[in-house]
Every structure is written in structure tokens, then in C-alpha cells.
Design a binder for this molecule. Structure first.
Ligand SMILES: Cc1cc2nc3c(=O)[nH]c(=O)nc-3n(C[C@H](O)[C@H](O)[C@H](O)COP(=O)(O)OP(=O)(O)OC[C@H]3O[C@@H](n4cnc5c(N)ncnc54)[C@H](O)[C@@H]3O)c2cc1C
Length: 400
């Protein structure tokens, strides 16, 4: 049952991801990360050139069904690819991972809705400019972790959706954090339809970015993942057809959120492994070349211990993520507690291990001349992405 040998298809796609990551993503991510104004990153030709190439190679549409023009790959395979791309550019990887949410959810929840498929899924698969990237809007200024805490049924002032003349009118605002919020072409929006039902009163809508009344905020200026755009999204009486509600409010609503977390947490975990790997491979190379005390520092026992611990962590985090991917491929969306456990482990370890790898460079590690400081900054954001590790832990522990 357990086989660590990638299949010929997996080897082929991984080799393409490695080549793309090394030669295209890595140099672009390094340049874009250094731009002082985060808005500039996404107005630059460089960002869209790389995103367009990623679409041409098919990575953002890997998990979409072949019938829509995707590759129909399973969670284990897509996880391997996200790790590889994140190893070279975690900002691009997280933007691509979040960017397929609209076609992904339409494909899953409303595959027979021709209007939605033609308007959002087919262009995503056929137009290789990368401009059809999407975002999902859950968190709000007053609803962060609570947006996913289904044990708390207090009525909150969510973004609201009111039915009027056969259409929904959405009003409110999302937090500064939706990934791709400022650059998306379409959004998944969670909005309250029936406040009396508390968190179960929310429904899930598809909203095109060009809808009248929708406004995108400025790009968030962050310590890490600077290539991933994060921006607020505002809704000022945004009207959409009734058929753009793809998941109604009710008792099943938490199930949908949990399904998104089950899949999303694995992707965030794979990103963390990619970042750890980048720091480890770079530090190992340095430690074999840098001579102090008459020998390469890799031969000093305390440096060797740091390297081996990082290697162990990468292997064990990846193994747990693969288990989560295997569960997802076997019975979609998979097992929530395994996905969360894998995400928490990989992201927490990424913060610890990248810092340790930085140590191996001594003072050089603190310099922006060396890439290792970027890995430390990027790793930190992942402990909050797709839910804070603390709130995720509480949720997973309740499922033991
Ligand atoms: C890189 C990144 C990408 C993101 N992408 C998206 C996206 O695409 N779409 C989107 O909608 N949002 C996105 N987010 C937002 C993210 O989902 C929220 O930041 C997260 O859910 C936490 O909400 P908050 O920031 O408001 O923190 P809060 O909920 O205010 O939490 C603050 C602190 O309190 C703790 N806390 C809160 N509640 C509890 C509790 N019940 N028990 C114990 N401790 C608790 C938390 O663990 C945390 O330490 C992203 C965030 C990041 C960092």
C-alpha cells in the first residue's frame, strides 16, 4: 500500500515544475520580493509574465476536471507540485493555490450551471494570461477565526446578501487578507443570508470582479509572502443573479467550510515544506563549503545536528501531508483532523527550522544579499494562513 516512488506522470510533472521554478519563478520572486511598494508587484509585467507561463504549463488548473480543460490530478500529486513550486517561490505558489478557488468550487458544487461554467471555468482553463485568477473572501474586520468556529453560533454582522427581485444584493466588507483580493477576476464570497441562523446563515456566492459596486483595496504591506497579493474587498450593493449562489445557508454550510480547510490546509503545509527545503538545501551547501576551525562547518557537530534535524522534519512533515493527500484522493475532501495536524506541524516547523538554517550562515544570514532571511519571513505567514494554528488545533482536537 505504501509506495514512495512517484509514478511516471508524477515524475514528468515534477520535473516540469522544478525547471519552471528554478529558471522562472525563483528569479522573479526574488526581484518582486524586494519591491518597496506591494502594489507595484502586481502592476509589474514580471508578475503577470510568470503567472501567464504557469497557466500555459497548466499548474493552476492541475486539480480541475479534464472535462473543463484541467488536468484532473489528485491531491497527492498536486501537493508534490505545490511543494516544488514553493521551494522556488512561495509567494507565487500561494497565489496560484488560492487563485483557482472559483473554478474549483464551481466544478465541485455547480458543474451543471452552464452560465457559471462558461463565464468563470472555461476562461480560467483556456485563457493563459493568468488574468482569470480568483480569490476567496471569508475573513472580515470583525470576523477572523470566528468565521470558521462553528461551535460559536452568535449572530455576527457578516457581509450580507439580501434577495431582491430575483437577484442577490451583497453589501459589507472583507478583511485586508483575502489572497489575490486586489488582483482577482472573480471571487468566492461568504455572506450572511439569514442572521437568525448565526454562522449557519451564510451562503457562498460567486461574484465577478467587474460587478458594479465591488471595490478592491490597496495591497497589504507584509513582512513575508510579498509576492502574494492580499487586499480588502468592499461590496456596495453589488447585484448578482440568484444562480450565482452556489451553496445555500443551512446546516451543511460548516461542512463546506470544513471541506475547504481540509484541502486548503494540505496546500499550505506543502508550501511550508517547500520553504523548509529551500532553506535546508541552501544551508547544507553553505555548510559544506564554509571552513571555520580548520574544517567545513558541516563537520562541527552542532551544525550537523541542525542540518539533520531539518532533514528529519522535512521528511516527516511531507509524509504526514502525503497521508492527508492520500485520504483526500481516496474519499474527497479527506480527513479534516489529518489535514490540520499536517498543516500545523509543517508550518510551525518551517518557522523554527528556517530560523535555524539562517543561523548556519552566521551574520551573512541576516543580510538581504542571502536568500535565507526571506525564507524566515515567508514561513511566518503560513501559521495564520487558512486559519491560525491555535484555532485549527482546537478544531482538530475536538475531532479526536
Ligand atoms: C497569508 C495569509 C493568507 C490569507 N488568505 C485569506 C484568504 O484567501 N481569504 C480570507 O478570507 N482570509 C485569508 N486570510 C485571513 C486568515 O484566514 C485570518 O487571518 C485568520 O482566520 C485569523 O483571523 P484574524 O487575523 O482576524 O485573527 P483573530 O481571529 O482575531 O485571532 C487573533 C488571535 O486570537 C486567537 N484566537 C481567536 N479565536 C480563538 C479561540 N476561539 N480560541 C483560542 N484562540 C483564539 C488566534 O489564534 C490568534 O492568535 C489569510 C491570512 C494570511 C496570513
Amino acid at each position: 500500500m505504501i509506495d514512495f516512488e512517484p509514478t511516471p506522470t508524477q515524475k514528468q510533472i515534477l520535473s516540469a515544475a522544478r525547471e519552471f521554478g528554478k529558471s522562472v519563478v525563483h528569479p522573479a520572486e526574488t526581484t518582486l520580493d524586494r519591491m518597496a511598494d506591494p502594489n507595484q508587484v502586481h502592476t509589474s509585467d514580471l508578475f503577470w509574465k510568470v503567472m501567464g507561463l504557469a497557466f500555459e504549463l497548466g499548474f493552476p488548473k492541475m486539480a480541475l476536471p479534464e472535462s473543463f480543460g484541467g488536468m484532473g490530478l489528485d491531491a497527492q500529486t498536486t501537493g508534490m507540485v505545490w511543494e516544488e513550486i514553493a521551494r522556488w517561490g512561495p509567494g507565487f505558489a500561494t497565489s496560484m493555490i488560492s487563485g483557482s478557488i472559483v473554478p474549483q468550487l464551481i466544478g465541485f458544487l455547480a458543474p451543471d450551471n452552464r452560465e457559471l461554467v462558461d463565464r468563470f471555468v472555461i476562461p480560467f482553463c483556456e485563457d493563459n494570461t493568468g488574468r482569470h485568477i480568483s480569490a476567496w473572501c471569508s475573513s472580515e474586520p470583525e470576523v477572523g477565526s470566528d468565521g470558521k468556529n462553528y461551535h460559536d453560533l452568535r449572530v455576527r454582522h457578516h457581509t450580507r446578501a439580501v434577495k431582491r427581485d430575483g437577484r442577490y444584493v451583497i453589501s459589507g466588507a472583507k478583511s485586508d487578507f483575502p489572497s489575490n483580493g486586489g488582483i482577482a477576476d472573480a471571487f468566492i464570497v461568504f455572506a450572511c443570508i439569514d442572521p437568525a441562523l448565526g454562522i449557519r446563515g451564510s451562503g457562498t456566492f460567486v461574484v465577478p470582479a467587474d460587478a458594479a459596486g465591488l471595490k478592491k483595496g490597496e495591497a497589504l504591506d507584509k513582512i513575508g509572502l510579498r509576492v502574494l497579493n492580499q487586499s480588502a474587498v468592499f461590496f456596495d450593493d453589488v447585484e448578482i443573479p440568484e444562480s450565482y449562489l452556489i451553496f445555500p445557508c443551512g446546516d451543511d454550510y460548516p461542512t463546506l467550510h470544513n471541506a475547504i480547510i481540509t484541502v486548503g490546509n494540505l496546500a499550505v503545509g506543502h508550501t511550508a515544506v517547500g520553504i523548509m527545503r529551500a532553506a535546508y538545501e541552501y544551508a547544507l551547501d553553505h555548510a559544506k563549503k564554509r571552513v571555520q576551525g580548520g574544517k567545513p562547518i558541516a563537520e562541527h557537530q552542532l551544525v550537523a545536528k541542525r542540518l539533520l534535524t531539518c532533514f528529519q522534519t522535512i521528511e516527516s512533515a511531507r509524509a504526514l501531508l502525503w497521508k492527508g493527500g492520500w485520504l483526500s484522493a481516496r474519499n474527497f475532501p479527506g480527513d479534516l483532523k489529518t489535514s490540520i495536524a499536517a498543516k500545523i506541524y509543517a508550518t510551525e516547523q518551517a518557522v523554527v527550522r528556517t530560523t535555524e538554517m539562517m543561523e548556519i550562515f552566521g551574520a551573512y544570514g541576516m543580510s538581504k544579499e542571502y536568500p535565507v532571511e526571506k525564507y524566515v519571513r515567508d514561513a511566518k505567514l503560513l501559521t495564520v494562513m487558512d486559519g491560525t494554528n491555535d484555532t485549527l488545533l482546537i478544531k482538530a482536537a475536538s475531532l479526536l
